[in-house]
Design a protein. Structure first.
Ligand code: MRU
Length: 364
């Protein structure tokens, strides 16, 4: 996607041909800065400190992290240590494990001399594949928005939570890909953007990337969605997911479940866009998904731009109040109208999912 007319992906190889460049998402929306990753530790830090985030981009960064590790020493021990180090960065998004296992399965049988080049090739392939998958999700989801527009013959109002746009993937995004496709096709769309406390990925990232692409949107507080659905102001809700279990239960950013409940109560279709590497075929149900518990400072402190343009963090809570910060929740499949995948739109159920991806379901 483009930033001020310049095409960008969220991760790319540096000009030296081996280091890796990313967009520092902790600096958005006020500063667009890139950061150079030169070691597996840099890659691990970028993931755990959320310079990069979003399930697919976490996987892509981990893949390049493995390539950086191989460059520093391609022994079996280094390979295993890099795999373990990167896997420990964030627990919920399954794309991380998928990318690391894909890399390790390719590299392990190779002679150490051949591992560096193979690792870079595979990381690049994973990135290209993600961009292709997300564009296909966009094309498939476009049909939903087109149908809503034909029925209504007026602007289509969509609601999304967190950031499942191109910043969360290598390109295009998952939940936002159909919205970009619809906007580009001339369908009038408007997006309600949940701010997404505590880290405000909606207010900071989704609003930023929609704005850069010229997509009409309105940032709302997380508690507004139910009211907007109740008063007929949302035609469809669409989110991403960090891990979807084999039965179609969807784990996504904390607060997604509440939006799905409100959508169900108000007859608003609730879709989840997901690339197949986000499906965890080893987990029969969503209650088995590990939920990341993050630091309390994300709850007690909030960052924003101060009067002089500098980014400041201010305290919201009384000194000493205990703080809880579960980062994700699970929306049961029964609340999901459909899953938008690269192979088409399907019901959130074991049989239908396995029917769409038989080779992946069998391999698990
Ligand atoms: O904690 P984050 O910012 O990594 O969480 C991201 C989300 O919850 C996204 O909605 C999800 O990864 C889907 S992204 C395509």
């Amino acid at each position: 996607m483009k930033v001020d007319g310049v095409p960008y992906r969220t991760i790319w190889l540096g000009q030296d041909g081996w280091s890796v460049e990313i967009i520092d998402q902790t600096r958005l929306p006020y500063h667009f800065e890139t950061v150079r990753l030169a070691s597996v530790d840099d890659a691990a830090h970028a993931i755990s400190a959320m310079l990069v985030r979003g399930a697919p981009l976490i996987g892509a960064t981990a893949a390049y992290g493995m390539a950086l590790a191989m460059r520093a020493g391609a022994s079996d021990a280094t390979l295993q240590a890099a795999h373990d180090r990167l896997l420990a960065t964030r627990p919920t998004a399954v794309n991380l494990r998928w990318a690391l296992d894909t890399m390790a399965a390719l590299l392990r049988p190779l002679n150490p001399d051949a591992r560096v080049a193979a690792a870079y090739r595979e990381a690049a392939r994973i990135c290209d594949e993600d961009a292709g998958i997300c564009e296909a999700i966009g094309n498939n989801g476009l049909a939903l928005i087109t149908a809503l527009h034909e029925k209504k013959n007026d602007r289509v109002n969509l609601l999304t939570h967190c950031n499942a746009g191109w910043l969360a993937t290598v390109d295009w995004g998952t939940a936002l890909a159909p919205i970009y496709k619809a906007h580009d096709a001339g369908i009038p769309v408007h997006v309600w953007v949940d701010e997404t406390r505590p880290r405000n990925q909606g207010a900071a990232l989704t609003a930023w990337e929609l704005g850069r692409h010229g997509v009409p949107h309105t940032v709302i507080v997380d508690n507004a969605g139910g009211h907007l659905m109740q008063t007929g102001q949302v035609d469809m809700a669409i989110t991403g997911t960090d891990r979807t279990s084999a039965n179609g239960d969807v784990c996504n950013k904390i607060g997604t479940y509440l939006k799905a409940l409100a959508a169900h109560d108000n007859g608003v279709p609730f879709y989840v866009a997901l690339p197949s590497p986000t499906i965890d075929w080893t987990l029969p149900r969503g209650s088995d998904i590990p939920i990341e518990e993050r630091g309390g400072d994300e709850v007690s402190l909030i960052a924003g731009r101060g009067p002089n343009g500098e980014v400041v963090r201010v305290q919201l809570t009384p000194d000493g109040s205990p703080l809880g910060n579960p980062a994700f929740d699970v929306t049961p499949a029964r609340l999901v109208t459909g899953l938008v995948t690269e192979r088409g739109i399907c019901a959130a159920s074991s049989d239908v999912l396995a029917g769409l991806f038989p080779e992946l379901a069998r391999a698990a």
